[in-house]
Design a binder for this molecule. Structure first.
Ligand SMILES: Cc1cc2nc3c(=O)[nH]c(=O)nc-3n(C[C@H](O)[C@H](O)[C@H](O)COP(=O)(O)O)c2cc1C
Length: 347
């Protein structure tokens, strides 16, 4: 089953996505910038915004960081149409508290809220707060129990459940179910336990940016598993560089790659804090000299003329991707260009 194409943007939660020393886009993670960015994205016809969750800036804690859940509540009140997706790391919040927050934002947004379950890789975010940071697969086991509870609580069920991590007794949340059974559940992560959990508990699986054949193989793997919320849908993260010609886009990619070289120190610090078992990190770190952007970035190949980028989007869509979660730099100007030049070619 092919779903209609949708396009979203990554909010600028920790500033720039491709390079942190860009004269055309100084790092700006402020609320004012993000409010204006999301309102403009909505006006330009984008369908979703993904607000990543990091408590401190994951590259450099001297830099600003937008708080995801409080910002999403405010965005919910300010917008009218765009889907608001807040990332969440289960280890940071108790499921009852988080389900309650999700239901509140769902109400403010009148049925446009979603959460994106992410397994965490930034060891320092947990350990410096004195919070446990279990091994990679143990975090997924914890996350599976956590999201099962959040799902039932967001549906307004009266929940009594005892598991290895949580003991919840006779808990029920209101209001619930006013707009649909519950907010949408996305999952971002690529390892084996991430794929299993996506099939078991998610509505949409987010894939890191990578070439079409790799994406098709990942979709085939997950689509072959029984899905609890069938049909499971698929999203792709990608960094876009679109220009009049393929050559001009290639030049811009080279310019951003050269700027990203200046972030080598930041990348080394980040690597030191990263759980080496994270599949995403292993892939993107290995490709850092050839690609810009986070979560795969330009590895998805959305680099080229307007026609080239449109053709690649159509090919991913035919392979099963329904939602493109996009990054740009400088964000506002390139987002406008995409809306003017690429959206009309694919819609
Ligand atoms: C679309 C997408 C969004 C993500 N957003 C966040 C985020 O907001 N915060 C975060 O710490 N990690 C985020 N991650 C990374 C996940 O936390 C996860 O650790 C990472 O994908 C590695 O897991 P894996 O080993 O299963 O691939 C995201 C991943 C994807 C694919």
């Amino acid at each position: 089953m092919t779903h209609p194409l949708r396009f979203g943007i990554w909010a600028a939660v920790h500033g720039s996505r491709a390079a942190h020393h860009d004269p055309d886009e100084p790092d700006d993670a402020s609320w004012d910038r993000n409010r204006a960015l999301v309102l403009e994205a909505e006006a330009l016809g984008f369908d979703a915004v993904l607000v990543a969750q990091h408590t401190a800036n994951p590259y450099d804690d001297e830099r600003d960081q937008l708080e995801a859940w409080t910002a999403c509540a405010a965005l919910a009140a300010l917008t009218r149409r765009i889907e608001i997706i807040a990332a969440i790391k289960p280890g940071l919040y108790h499921p009852v508290v988080l389900a309650k927050m999700a239901l509140q934002i769902e109400h403010i947004a009148r049925g446009r809220f979603a959460l994106n379950l992410v397994n965490a890789w930034n060891r320092a975010e947990f350990e410096r707060a004195g919070l446990p940071f279990p091994a990679h697969d143990d975090r997924y086991a914890y996350g599976a129990e956590w999201i099962g509870l959040v799902d039932r609580l967001m549906r307004g069920e009266r929940v009594t459940q005892t598991g290895p991590h949580f003991q919840v007794t006779d808990y029920q949340l209101r209001p619930a179910g006013s707009f649909r059974p519950r907010p949408t559940i996305y999952l971002g992560g690529e390892s084996e336990p991430a794929r299993a959990l996506a099939a078991e508990q998610a509505d949409v699986w987010f894939i890191n940016g990578q070439p079409l054949d790799d994406v098709a193989a990942l979709i085939a793997d997950v689509a072959g598993r029984p899905a609890a919320n069938a049909p499971l849908r698929y999203g792709l993260s990608a960094f876009v560089i679109a220009r009049e010609t393929d050559a001009a886009a290639k030049d811009e990619h080279a310019r951003l790659l050269a700027l990203a070289d200046r972030d080598a120190g930041l990348r080394a610090d980040t690597r030191a804090r990263t759980d080496a078992a994270s599949v995403m990190f292993a892939k993107t770190d290995a490709a850092a000299s050839r690609h810009v952007g986070t979560n795969g970035g330009t590895a998805a190949g959305l680099v080229g003329s307007y026609d080239t980028v449109a053709a690649r989007i159509r090919a991913f869509h035919a392979a099963g991707i329904e939602l493109f979660m996009l990054q740009f730099q400088p964000f506002e100007a390139e987002m406008r260009r995409f809306a003017e030049q690429v959206l009309p070619r694919v819609r």
